[in-house]
Design a protein around this ligand. Structure first.
Ligand code: ADP
Length: 544
C-alpha cells in the first residue's frame, strides 16, 4: 500500500547519534577501582565510539563476529556497548563472577575473537588463555586497579589503540534484526546458554524501560546501575539513559554500602537499580551511620523478590520509593513492573505494600500467561498457579548456537520462564515457586543439581540434596543435606565437603559450614523421587 510510514530500522547506533546531537554535554561519570573519578559526556562518548569502531575494523572485526567484554561498569564498557553493535558485530558481555571453567566454556562457545577486559581482571585470562581457542587478542582497559602479575597475550592497551585510530566516521547500514548482543545465563544443569539480543529488541526494550509506568528513565534523572553491565545489559539502562539523555554514573567494582552511598551523594544520583542484596546492605549502612541520601528518589529492585519490610523501611526512613521488577536474561530482561494503579492509592497502606512487593504487571510489548502442565492458559484469579510464560519482541525465541532453533518455546510460541506464579485479576504477577532447580544468591545463580552431583563424589556420602534457604543478606544460600554411608563427625564432613565443592564452585557460591547438614534420610515422593519441597520445609523447621 502506498503512503505508509518510513521503514527505518531500529538500531543501537541511532540511540547514540541522537544522544550526541541533543545531549552532548550530559555527563557520564565513572568511579574506578582505586576510588578515583573520571567524567565524560555523550558528545565525547560519540567521538570515542567512532574511533573505537575504527580500532575494531583495524583488528579485523567483521559483522556477526563476537567480541567479548569482561569488565565492571564504566564509561569504557559503555563505549564498547555502542561501538561493537554499531559495526554489526556482537557485544558478548561475560559474567566475571562465574567460575573460571564456565567462563572458558562461554568464551569458546561464543567463539569470541577478541576480549576487552579490565586490566585488574587480566590474571584470570592469563590462566584461561591456553584453553580459549578462538581468542586472537586481549585488549586491556586501565581500570586503575592493582595490575596482576600475569597477563594474557597477545595483548594491546585500549587507550593506545584508540589514540592511534582514525577518527573518520563510518556507520555501516544495519538491519534491525541483526544480532547486537549476547549474554549467557546459567541453566539448571549443564552448561550456560546464550541469549542473543537483536538491535530491534534492544531498541524497543530501551523504550520500554523509559516508560513512566515502567522504570521511568528520563532526561532529568541521574542514573546509577549497580546491576553489572554483564547482567542482561545492566537491565538495558545504559541504552535507555542514552535514549533519554539521562546522566549516567558507573560505580566500578565497589558495590556495597558505604561505597555506593558516597557515590550517590557526590553525583546526586536520583534513580538506581540492582538486586535486593545491594539494597539491604545499603540500608543497613545508612541506618548504622544515621545517614540520609539527599538526591535518591527511586530504587529499582529486581532479580529476586524483595522483602516488604525493606520497601517500607526505605520509604519511611529515607523517603526513597522502591519499585520491584521481574525479568530474565531471556527477556532482555524486563518483563513486569510493580507499580500501583491510580485507584489503588486509596487502599490501606498494608495492601498497597503487598501489591508493590509482587512482581507487578507486564510492560507494554510483553505478553504473559500462566500455563498448566498441558500448556493451557489458566485464569487470572490470583489463585490458580502455573508456569509463567511470556511472548514479545524482546523475548528470546531460542538459545544461541544450540543447533536446535526455537527449542525454548512451547507449541503455542510461549517462552517458559521456570517460575511458578499466580496472576491477580488486575494483572499483577505473584511468583510462588521456582520450577528450575536453582538457587539465586546475590543476583547470581547456583545450580543445585551440579552441586549435588559433586557432593556425592565425597567417599562417605551416599546421597545428597541441595536446596536454597532464605538469607537476609544474600537473598538465598545453598543448604547441602547429606546421608552418610558410615557415621562421621559433622565438622569433619562439613569441612571436607566445602573443600570438595570449592573445586568447582566460586567462593560466593559455597555453603556455610553450618549449612552442610547430615540427615538420616532424604524425603522422597511416592515414586521415589527426591522431594525438595518437603526438604525445604524440614530445613526451615530445623532453624526455628
Ligand atoms: P537477571 O539477570 O535479571 O537476574 P536471570 O535470567 O539471571 O535474570 O534470572 C531470572 C530469574 O530471576 C527469574 O526467572 C526469577 O526466577 C528470578 N527473578 C527475577 N526477578 C525477580 C523478582 N522481582 N522476584 C522474584 N524472582 C525474580
Amino acid at each position: 500500500m502506498n503512503g505508509l510510514m518510513m521503514d527505518v530500522p531500529l538500531t543501537i547506533p541511532s540511540i547514540l547519534k541522537r544522544a550526541a546531537q541533543v545531549y552532548p554535554e550530559k555527563e557520564i561519570v565513572s568511579r574506578w577501582s582505586d576510588g578515583s573519578i573520571t567524567r565524560t559526556n555523550y558528545g565525547t562518548l560519540y567521538k570515542r565510539v567512532v574511533r573505537l569502531m575504527n580500532v575494531l575494523r583495524d583488528l579485523g572485526v567483521q559483522p556477526g563476529d563476537r567480541v567479548a567484554t569482561s569488565a565492571w561498569n564504566s564509561s569504557h564498557h559503555l563505549e564498547l556497548y555502542f561501538a561493537i553493535p554499531s559495526l554489526g558485530a556482537v557485544l558478548h558481555t561475560v559474567n566475571i563472577r562465574l567460575f573460571p571453567d564456565q567462563i572458558r566454556f562461554i568464551v569458546n562457545h561464543a567463539e569470541d575473537r577478541f576480549v576487552f577486559l579490565d586490566r585488574s581482571l587480566a590474571g584470570l585470562y592469563a590462566e584461561l588463555q591456553p584453553s580459549l581457542t578462538t581468542v586472537e587478542r586481549y585488549i586491556l582497559m586501565d581500570d586503575r586497579g592493582t595490575p596482576p602479575t600475569t597477563m594474557p597475550s597477545p595483548a594491546s592497551d585500549y587507550e593506545t589503540l584508540l589514540a592511534s585510530a582514525s577518527d573518520e566516521e563510518y556507520f555501516p547500514p544495519l538491519e534491525e534484526n541483526m544480532a547486537a548482543g549476547l549474554c549467557y545465563t546459567s541453566g539448571t544443569t549443564g552448561e550456560p546458554k546464550g541469549t542473543l539480543y537483536s538491535h530491534r529488541a534492544t531498541y524497543l526494550h530501551a523504550m520500554g524501560a523509559c516508560m513512566v509506568d515502567s522504570l521511568g528513565i528520563s532526561e532529568k534523572e541521574t542514573v546509577m546501575s549497580v546491576v553489572p553491565m554483564f547482567h542482561a545489559n545492566a537491565w538495558g539502562l545504559p541504552y535507555a539513559c542514552a535514549m533519554t539523555g539521562a546522566k549516567q554514573v558507573f560505580p566500578g567494582p565497589h558495590l556495597l554500602g558505604g561505597a555506593i552511598a558516597s557515590l550517590m551523594e557526590a553525583e546526586q544520583v536520583t534513580l538506581s537499580a540492582g538486586v535486593p542484596t545491594v539494597w539491604n546492605i545499603l540500608y543497613q549502612h545508612l541506618k548504622q551511620h544515621s545517614q540520609k541520601l539527599t538526591s535518591l528518589r527511586v530504587i529499582i529492585s529486581g532479580g529476586s523478590a524483595i522483602p516488604r519490610k525493606l520497601i517500607a523501611d526505605y520509604e519511611h526512613d529515607l523517603g526513597v520509593e522502591v519499585v520491584c521488577v521481574w525479568g530474565m536474561t531471556e527477556l532482555s530482561p524486563i518483563g513486569t513492573v510493580a507499580r500501583l494503579r491510580g485507584a489503588m492509592r486509596n487502599l490501606p497502606a498494608e495492601k498497597q505494600l503487598a501489591i508493590r512487593a509482587t512482581q507487578g504487571i507486564s510492560v507494554p510489548c510483553v505478553e504473559i500467561a500462566i500455563l498448566n502442565e498441558e500448556g493451557e492458559s489458566l485464569p487470572w484469579d490470583g489463585e490458580s498457579t502455573g508456569e509463567l510464560a511470556s511472548k514479545g519482541p524482546w523475548v528470546a525465541s531460542g538459545y544461541y548456537n544450540t543447533g536446535k532453533p526455537n527449542t525454548a518455546l512451547t507449541k503455542d510460541g510461549w517462552f517458559l520462564t521456570g517460575d511458578v506464579a499466580a496472576i491477580t485479576p488486575y494483572g499483577y504477577v505473584e511468583i510462588t515457586d521456582r520450577k528450575k532447580d536453582m538457587i539465586k544468591s546475590r543476583g547470581e545463580w547456583i545450580s543445585s543439581i551440579d552441586m549435588e552431583n559433586l557432593a556425592v563424589e565425597h567417599p562417605n556420602v551416599r546421597e545428597a540434596a541441595v536446596v536454597g534457604r532464605h538469607d537476609p543478606v544474600r537473598d538465598e544460600v545453598p543448604v547441602v543435606a547429606v546421608v552418610l554411608n558410615e557415621p562421621r563427625p559433622q565438622e569433619e564432613i562439613a569441612r571436607e565437603m566445602r573443600d570438595l565443592l570449592a573445586t568447582q564452585f566460586a567462593n560466593w557460591q559455597l555453603p556455610k559450614l553450618s549449612d552442610i547438614r547430615i540427615v538420616e534420610a532424604l524425603p522422597k515422593t511416592s515414586v521415589g523421587k527426591l522431594d525438595k519441597k518437603v526438604l525445604r520445609v524440614q530445613i526451615l523447621n530445623s532453624e526455628t
